[in-house]
Write a protein of this length. Structure first.
Length: 401
């Protein structure tokens, strides 16, 4: 029986980066287990932004930057998508002058400022004993930084791209793949009705898992991924051949948002960068579509092939989590509490080789997790490649740690 009469400590939890289905279930799992073990849980709002915007001269929690979490509260939202704590792409060690909170502006006047000292003071003011950030490699990399500063940090991996090192699985990936397959199959009816190429742009900045795995599952004929620069003429040739052999006269390609033409670069929507130095990706699907339409007569007896061009974008990250993104966050949250109860920190909860585990949180910054092209991608045929599924993890393509 847990000792709930005496407060054993205070746990802070936050969500950073893009939203995905499964964040609220993870918050729920951490909160309910923590409360029952005698801890108080503080939800920090808007990710790392909440810890630089907090004014220590004001009473907290003030429902602006943080709030005490209860079983009643997390049970109401624990089965839904998104994050009720909200999120941001904030990096406290690299805050532009325009983003400095008003109450700190007299002390921080550089173009780029390190507000880590304020984060440390705010964590102390909140009385946080353990901090649990839920996020991708950007969010968690700052968690590594705080760990190195002496804060007790336990990370939970989240990202649709599934590219956090040290774990085979990140919250949000299964729902993303499920939606990608479903929406691609839905768009097939229109592509087949009009005998067109179907070009679908999907998420994946540096890692092509969200394009490769749905293609392996039969959602598309071809895919192009960030790990391999593709030849557009070869893609057009292959898609034309696929179309000719399809009784409904259409073919499908999934295009990772970070994919690059041979000799080209990533395609961005604008020049603005977030605090982690990333420009917003988007538009490669449009360029691929335009080029395919222009090149298609070369492979189709002089006749142009029309296209359907669709960017799935937020459709794969909104809404409720699927079964895996309901179960894994529950397990990850409880794994985090196991570490807290054991007095352990500086760890990343993980799922590796089909088993729940944890690894040093430094794994997040130790390497890049991307598709192993030699093992899993046929660079000539522009499609998944595999020899055997025997003893492979659930989602097949993972990088070793």
């Amino acid at each position: 029986m847990a000792n709930v009469k005496k407060l054993r400590g205070r746990i802070g939890i936050l969500t950073g980066g893009g939203d995905v289905p499964g964040l609220n279930p993870a918050i729920r799992a951490v909160t309910i287990r923590a409360i029952r073990e005698g801890f108080e849980v503080i939800g920090i709002r808007r990710g790392w932004a909440g810890l630089i915007e907090m004014n220590r001269d004001l009473a907290c929690p003030d429902m602006v930057n943080c709030q005490v979490l209860t079983e009643e509260l997390v049970n109401k939202v624990g089965r839904t998508g998104g994050t009720f704590l909200h999120s941001s792409r904030t990096r406290p060690s690299h805050v532009p002058d325009v983003n400095i909170p008003e109450h700190f502006r007299d002390n921080y006047k550089e173009k780029i400022n390190d507000l880590t000292p304020e984060v440390l003071k705010n964590l102390d003011a909140l009385g946080i004993d353990y901090l649990i950030p839920i996020g991708g490699d950007d969010t968690l990399s700052y968690g590594v930084h705080l760990h190195e500063k002496g804060i007790k940090v336990i990370g939970i991996p989240k990202t649709m791209d599934n590219d956090v090192p040290g774990t085979d699985y990140c919250i949000g990936f299964s729902t993303c793949v499920t939606r990608t397959i479903s929406l691609t199959h839905a768009l097939r009816t229109t592509a087949g009705s009009h005998e067109r190429f179907l070009v679908i742009e999907v998420f994946g900045r540096y890692a092509g898992f969200t394009a490769l795995l749905p293609t392996m599952a039969g959602a598309a004929n071809r895919c192009v991924i960030p790990e391999h620069e593709f030849n557009i003429e070869r893609l057009c040739q292959l898609l034309t051949e696929d179309r000719e052999t399809n009784p409904s006269r259409y073919s499908v390609v999934l295009v990772s948002e970070g994919a690059m033409f041979q000799g080209g670069d990533m395609v961005f929507e604008g020049s603005d960068k977030d605090m982690f130095g990333h420009k917003k990706l988007g538009g490669i699907g449009d360029l691929v579509s335009n080029q395919l339409k222009k090149l298609s007569p070369k492979f189709n007896n002089g006749r142009q092939i029309n296209l359907i061009n669709q960017r799935l974008s937020y459709l794969v990250r909104c809404g409720d989590p699927d079964a895996i993104d309901s179960i894994v966050p529950m397990a990850f949250g409880n794994l985090a509490l196991d570490l807290v109860l054991g007095g352990t920190s500086g760890r990343l909860v993980s799922l590796r080789n089909g088993k729940y585990d944890n690894v040093p949180i430094e794994a997040v910054t130790s390497m890049k997790k991307v598709v192993d092209v030699v093992k899993y991608y046929n660079t000539d045929r522009l499609r998944p490649y595999y020899k055997s599924f025997n003893l492979k993890p659930l989602f097949i393509m993972t990088s070793d740690y």
